[in-house]
Design a protein around this ligand. Structure first.
Ligand code: HEC
Length: 197
């Protein structure tokens, strides 16, 4: 009798396990792919900022590009946010502009991404649904270009650029970076019920 109960339980357990993936597949296919949507918002905003930054550096030099970041990073990010009807923020644990300070949740995700990158793991965005909204997080990683303004002062950052930066950002913490480091994250919120695909 004992064995019958155990094997019955085992059968029940196995069948419920088998059914579970099917159920979640069904719910997922009815929903928009939030990871894909979030990635598109992050990548398109990054592309707009990067394209304008590179063009300004080429035309006017790094020192003038500091002014560009100071004046244009916010309006450009905001215009992408309006376009996608999402909240789009660039936040960091070590900020240049104190308005970009990560909150406690964002700080946690920054640390997760830092660990993944240090271990050489592949990076997957963090996507969470809460109260009808999707919260999307994805790291912003440095490359050689970034070091012109986020590297080591007077080594990667020329004295002229250091001067511009300290004039505009007396509380600048965003220096001392090397390449392939987590400079910050995209923190994006959009409506879970929308399907803009
Ligand atoms: C020409 C100088 C310059 C270059 C090059 C540059 N940045 Fe910045 N960065 C700035 C300035 C200035 C700010 C502050 C913008 C503001 O006031 O909103 C900033 C802010 C940021 C922020 C927002 C968080 C904070 O610290 O306020 C992130 C994230 C960031 N930069 C990442 C990057 C990455 C990644 C690269 C390379 C792809 C890069 N930056 C290249 C000047 C630069």
């Amino acid at each position: 009798m004992k064995y019958v109960t155990i094997s019955l339980l085992a059968i029940l357990f196995l069948t419920s396990c088998k059914q579970r993936p099917k159920e979640s597949e069904a719910t997922q296919s009815a929903k928009p792919d939030y990871t894909k949507i979030g990635m598109r918002y992050a990548q398109e905003t990054q592309k707009v900022l990067g394209k304008n930054l590179k063009a300004t550096i080429q035309d006017k030099g790094v020192a003038e590009a500091v002014v560009f970041c100071n004046e244009r990073a916010y309006p450009l990010t905001d215009s992408m946010a309006t376009h996608y009807q999402a909240k789009i923020k660039r936040v960091s644990d070590k900020t240049r502009n104190p308005m970009n300070k990560a909150n406690a949740t964002e700080m946690e995700h920054i640390n997760t991404f830092k660990k993944q990158i240090a271990l050489g793991d592949s990076i997957a965005p963090i996507v969470q649904e809460k109260d009808g909204q999707v919260h999307f997080y994805y790291p912003i990683v440095t490359n050689a270009l970034c070091l012109n303004c986020h590297g080591t002062p007077n080594q990667n950052i020329t004295p002229k650029v250091v001067e511009h930066l300290s004039g505009l950002y007396p509380e600048d913490q965003a220096t001392g970076y090397g390449i392939d480091e987590v400079r910050g994250i995209w923190s994006i919120v959009f409506d879970a019920s929308e399907n803009p695909e």
